[in-house]
Design a protein around this ligand. Sequence first.
Ligand code: ATP
Length: 209
Amino acid sequence: MQKIAIFGGTFNPPHMGHLRLVKSFEQQNGFDKILIIPTYTPPHKNSDQLASGFDRLQMCLLAFDAPNYEISDIEIKRGGKSYTSDTLKQLKEIYKDTSFHLIIGSDMFLTFHEWKNPQEIFDMCTICASVRDDDKTLEDLQKYAKEYFPNQADKLKIMLCDFEPLEVSSTQLRQMLANGQDVSHLVPKKVVEYINSRGLYNENNGAKY
Ligand code: ATP
C-alpha cells in the first residue's frame, strides 16, 4: 500500500514555514508522494490580495521542487469552496490502495471540529498536525485532540509532530512585499523572482482572481 501525504493551503504565497512543516512529517513518515493542493477559495479566509489560482499553482511548483512532490490543481479546477472531505473523496477514486495523511498546522488543527465532515475526514486519512508558533505547544494540541476526538487519538488517526517551526505567515509576507521589504530569507528564491516578475502583492495591485 502506498502512502500519500496531502498538504493543502492558500499558498498566497508559499513560504519556508510551509516547506519546513512538510519536510518534518516527510522525515518522520517517508511518504511515497506528497500532493500540494492550493485551495480555490479559502473557506476560512477573506480573500484580500489573493493571487490567482494560476499564480499560486506556479509559485507552488517553484517552491515545492523535489521529485516526490506533486502540485495538484484538483481544488482550483473543482472551483467553489474547497473542502478537504470532497478532495479526499476525489483522491480516493484516483489513488486506490493508498493510505492518506493530511498535513496541517496548529491553527487549522485547532478548528478541525468546525470543518465540514470531520468524521468522514478521519475515516479517509490520518491527520498529521504540528505546532506553527510559540503560542501553541504540543500539549495544547494533545489536549484538543483528547477533548474533541478521543477515539481517533486512540486509533492513531492523529499524529502530532513537535518541530522547530519557522514563525512566518503568508499574510506577514504580503505586507512585507507591499512595503518593499526583503523576504528572501522566508520565501524560496525562485518564488521571490516569480512574485517580482508578475508584480504580485504590490500596494497598487489589489485583489486578483
Ligand atoms: P495566511 O497568512 O494567508 O493565512 P498561512 O501562512 O497561514 O497564510 P496557508 O497557505 O493558509 O498559509 O497554510 C497552509 C497550511 O500550512 C496550514 O495548515 C497552516 O497551518 C500551515 N502553516 C502555515 N504557515 C506555517 C508555519 N510557519 N509553520 C507551520 N505550519 C504553517
